[in-house]
Design a protein around this ligand. Structure first.
Ligand code: IPD
Ligand code: CA
Ligand code: CA
Ligand code: CA
Length: 280
């Protein structure tokens, strides 16, 4: 059982409590979802569990911080244009929570036990708290700006590999296949011959948490949304890793084509994507 109790009104405590409670509830619904709908395409699914999880998180956050604004995946119209617009409207807010209530819906629907709850708090557009929770393994990844990144109390450090040839990478197949799949496949073509291996396990937020924990050397994906990346971005930067767009420009909430790594392989990683014409 997850032993978290909110003892103060700190942002991190509330975020941890939200992620833990919501994650436990999602896990209790595994194999039992009742509705399955298609959003923007046949690759883009939603269940009542995604929506219920977002409602739980909203309620908990607003109980503690009624003035704050929440950008949550299931409250935005499907498709990347609508997400870009929603982010543009929200990102100037003083305190903005960026929430993916269930990252890895396809896995959840199929009973593939790899999905997460991702919660970030941004202050005037800069992520200051990032939480990713994996209820299947009861693993809680927490980062606070300037204070490091931890998995269940142990400080995380990005992986030591310094060469692409020693690297284990991850990626994902984007929901809007027409928009991003060619670049994504070009990236796999370019990198597969050069690295130890590539995983696509189906939760961008957990992939990023694994880069922070040193379990993956790097991760890239095209056309992701702010809620997929916000929490993981702080885990990466606070664990000594590096996170940029596919051209090497620093991460901000509007970045959709992302490259995250331990830092050591970053330039070579981007170089390989460039050579493979895979920058999106
Ligand atoms: C998806 C997951 C997946 C990634 C997709 C995302 P969702 O998020 O992060 O790993 O490849 O691009 O849309 O829809 O399950 O929250
Ligand atoms: Ca989704
Ligand atoms: Ca997601
Ligand atoms: Ca989601």
């Amino acid at each position: 059982k997850t032993p978290y109790v909110v003892t103060s009104k700190s942002y991190t405590a509330v975020a941890v409590n939200c992620a833990a409670k919501t994650g436990e509830w999602i896990k209790s619904r595994l194999g039992q979802h009742k509705s399955l709908h298609i959003k923007s395409s046949l690759h883009d699914l939603v269940t009542e569990v995604d929506k219920g999880a977002e409602q739980m998180i909203r309620k908990l956050i607003l109980t503690h911080f009624p003035q704050h604004v929440i950008l949550g995946e299931e409250s935005v119209e499907p498709g990347s244009e609508a997400s870009k617009r929603a982010l543009e409207q929200a990102q100037e807010e003083e305190y903005l929570w960026v929430v993916d209530p269930l990252d890895g819906t396809t896995n959840f629907v199929h009973g593939f036990p790899f999905y997460s709850v991702s919660i970030a708090l941004a202050h005037r557009g800069e992520v200051i708290v990032g939480i990713v929770y994996d209820p299947m393994r009861d693993e809680l990844f927490v980062a606070e700006k300037g204070k490091g990144a931890y998995v269940h109390g142990n400080r995380m450090q990005a992986a030591p590999e310094s060469k692409l040839s020693e690297s284990l990478l991850a990626s994902g197949f984007p929901t809007e296949r027409d928009r991003a799949l060619p670049g994504n496949l070009a990236g796999i073509n370019a990198l597969a011959p050069q690295v130890r291996n590539i995983r696509t396990a189906g939760s961008a937020a957990l992939h990023m948490a694994y880069v922070a924990a040193g379990r993956l050397t790097g991760f890239w994906e095209l056309n992701l949304n702010a809620w997929d990346l916000a929490a993981g971005s702080l885990l990466i930067s606070e664990s000594g890793g590096r996170i940029t767009d596919t051209f090497g420009k620093p991460y901000h909430l509007g970045v959709r084509d992302v490259v995250a790594s331990n830092g050591l392989i970053h330039d070579a990683f981007i170089g390989a994507l460039k050579d493979g014409n895979a920058q999106g």
